[in-house]
Structures are given as C-alpha cells and as structure tokens.
Design a binder for this molecule. Structure first.
Ligand code: FAQ
Length: 317
C-alpha cells in the first residue's frame, strides 16, 4: 500500500470516528480544495448578501426597523469575516479570495442576485433566506473541519435571530392593511422559488455531494435539506395567512412530508452563470468597494511598517 493511500485511509478513519480535522493535520488535497471552495463561497454570500438589504436601510419604515436592519447587515459582515478567516487556515490569502470573487471565478449564493423591490422583501429575506440558511448551517456546525464548524456555531445563533426578525416583519404586514398584506404576498411570490434554489441542484445533478457526505463536510444532501425547509416553512405561511406560490404544494400523509412542484432549474443555472437580474450590479458593487477602500489598506500597511520600525529601533537602542 502506497504511503498516500495509507494516509487517506487513516484520514477517513478519523472522519468516521467523528474527530475534527484541524488546519495543521494532514488532509487530502481535494478535501482542502473543497473546503476553500465552499467556505469562500459561503463568505462571499454573506458579504454580497449585505447589498440587497443595505438597499433598505435608508428607507426602513421606523427607527426600530432601521436599527434592527442595520444590526442584521452588520452581523452578515461579521459572518463573512469569520468565514474568510476559516478559509485562510487552509493556506489561501484574503487577497486571493477577493480576487476570485471579483474576477467571477468564485461563486456566491444565487439568491442575492434578486432585487429587493419593497419593504416586505426585507421581511421575506429574513424569514425565507435566513430560514433556508439556518437549515443548511445547523448541519454545518457538525462539519468535519474544525475552524468551519466552530465559526458556524455563532453564525447560526445570529441567523436564527434574523429569521425571527424577518418573520415578525411579515406578521406585522399580514396583520396590517390589505395593501400591506398584498405587499407581503408579493414578496413571498418572488422569494419562494429562489429560496428553494439556495440548497443547490437536485442530488442527482450535484457533482460534489457524494464526496462531501463521505467526508462529513455535508451531513445531509441538498434535496434532504430543501425538503426539511419546505416542511418547516409551509405551516408558517399558513399562520401568516398568505399563499406559497406553488399549486402542487400539498401535505403527503404517507411520506410525512410536503410534496412540491418543479423548480425552474434553467433559471437557477442562468443565475449561477451570471445572468440573473442583479448579478452584474452586485459584482460591480463589490469591486467598487474594494477599489475605493484601497487607501485604507495602504494606510494600515504603512502604519504597521512604521510601528515595526519603531519597535526595532527601541530594541536595538
Ligand atoms: N448559488 O455539487 P453542488 C446566507 C454551485 S449564506 C450559487 O451541490 P455543493 C446568509 C456549487 O457551488 C448562503 N451556486 O455543490 C445570509 C457548485 O459549483 P462549483 C450561502 C450554487 O457545494 C442571509 C455547483 O453549483 N450558504 O444566506 C448554489 O456540494 C441573508 C454544483 O452544486 C452557503 O454557502 C447556489 N444556491 O453544495 C446573508 C452554505 N448551489 O463550485 C445575507 C455553505 C450550488 O462546483 C442575508 N455551502 N451551487 O463550481 C453549502 O452548503 C454548499 O456549498 C451548497 C452547494 C449546498 C450551497
């Protein structure tokens, strides 16, 4: 048996034994690359995900709503930072990660390429997008790579507060005037299907799932998580008194799950490939932020160099 195969067997045995893999441990190159891909896609999603909501900070309907939204958007920035740090433990630099985003090499979640047209969209994002994110991320608190799993614990706590905040916005609108309720329904109509797409392609079309499940990067498949989300969310819509835009959505007693209609996979892949309603705008906003912030990075480096020189002088004096 070659030394590489021996190492891989020992690695899989550690995973099977539920031990966490830490940055300095030996790992197969593909495990490292898969994690860089997934964690960075996740980090980029948090940062790009600030944009559709940021659009409503200046137009929030009250001071209370504004404060809540500001805090949520800041939380997303924090999630991005924990996740970039977790990705860096795998031997890739922050600059490389940003370069991959800005040149379109790295993906981010398809959901953030849809516009936020009304205040109700902020409620729908919290309820549905954070709701979908939690279903996926609770699983990731038990992922096999230690730094990623640990980052997810705090992120999940914050996301679950975001979900409640979003649901409360929806509840307020649904108990308001007929126009407010119609606004909530319209937001649900536009965000329902894209939220289901967040879980990724069907298992049969998901090239990464099999290996990721074996390495316990993913503990559940895309289809399992999507079903879990639908089962939890359908009764919540019922409570709000608004209708999920899927005529095939129906409780199936035998399966113990909701049946649901066909997702428009063509739309999903178009958005993933860069042809969604806001892809160009989102990427441009990130590139502009990077370029406009260059002076801050340069000033920080210059200050760091100056401090280092001063401390060398003191030591040699
Ligand atoms: N959008 O083989 P699979 C949030 C790509 S955070 C774009 O199934 P995998 C917080 C996938 O990368 C939301 N691309 O891939 C928030 C792969 O392409 P590649 C983000 C997608 O990795 C809330 C290809 O398709 N969450 O919302 C999408 O095993 C509110 C084949 O797919 C995470 O990133 C998609 N929806 O499973 C912030 C969680 N789906 O790279 C602000 C961590 C798939 O091979 C406001 N990530 N692709 O060329 C994961 O759990 C996984 O990466 C999946 C995809 C489940 C997303």
């Amino acid at each position: 048996m070659s030394p590489e195969i021996k190492l891989e067997d020992a690695f899989q045995a550690r995973i099977d034994d539920e031990q966490k893999i830490e940055p300095k441990d030996w790992m197969p190159e593909k495990y490292r690359k898969t994690h860089i891909r997934q964690i960075s896609q996740h980090a980029h999603s948090e940062i790009v995900g600030m944009l559709p909501e940021g659009n409503w900070i200046t137009r929030a309907p009250s001071l209370r709503r504004k404060v809540g939204l500001l805090a949520k958007v800041q939380d997303e920035a924090g999630h991005g930072l924990y996740l970039y740090s977790a990705a860096e433990t795998l031997g890739i630099s922050r600059d490389e990660l940003f370069d991959q985003l800005h040149t379109g090499k790295a993906k981010y979640s398809s959901i953030f390429n849809y516009p936020t047209l009304s205040w109700a969209d902020i409620g729908a994002i919290g309820w549905l997008v954070d709701g979908a994110a939690i279903i996926n991320q609770v699983m990731l608190t038990r992922t096999s790579y230690g730094p990623y799993a640990r980052a997810m614990v705090r992120i999940c706590k914050e996301e679950s507060f975001h979900q409640r905040q979003g649901y409360e916005i929806m509840l307020t609108l649904c108990q308001g005037t007929p126009e407010q309720k119609a606004m909530a329904q319209d937001a649900l109509n536009r965000f329902w299907w894209p939220s289901l797409m967040m879980f990724g392609p069907r298992d049969a079309e998901s090239p990464n799932t099999e290996q990721s499940v074996k390495w316990k990067i993913k503990r559940k498949t895309n289809d399992e998580l999507r079903q879990q989300f639908i089962d939890i969310t359908a009764p919540q819509a019922e409570y709000l008194g608004i209708t999920i835009p899927d005529p095939d959505l129906k409780w199936n007693e035998e399966r113990g799950h909701y049946d649901f209609g066909e997702i428009n996979w063509d739309e999903f892949w178009q958005v993933v490939k860069g042809n969604g309603p806001c892809n160009k705008e989102r990427l441009q906003a990130r590139v502009d932020a990077w370029e406009n912030g260059a002076w801050v990075r340069e000033a920080a480096v210059a200050y760091g160099n100056k401090k280092e020189k001063e401390s060398i002088k003191v030591k040699t004096a």
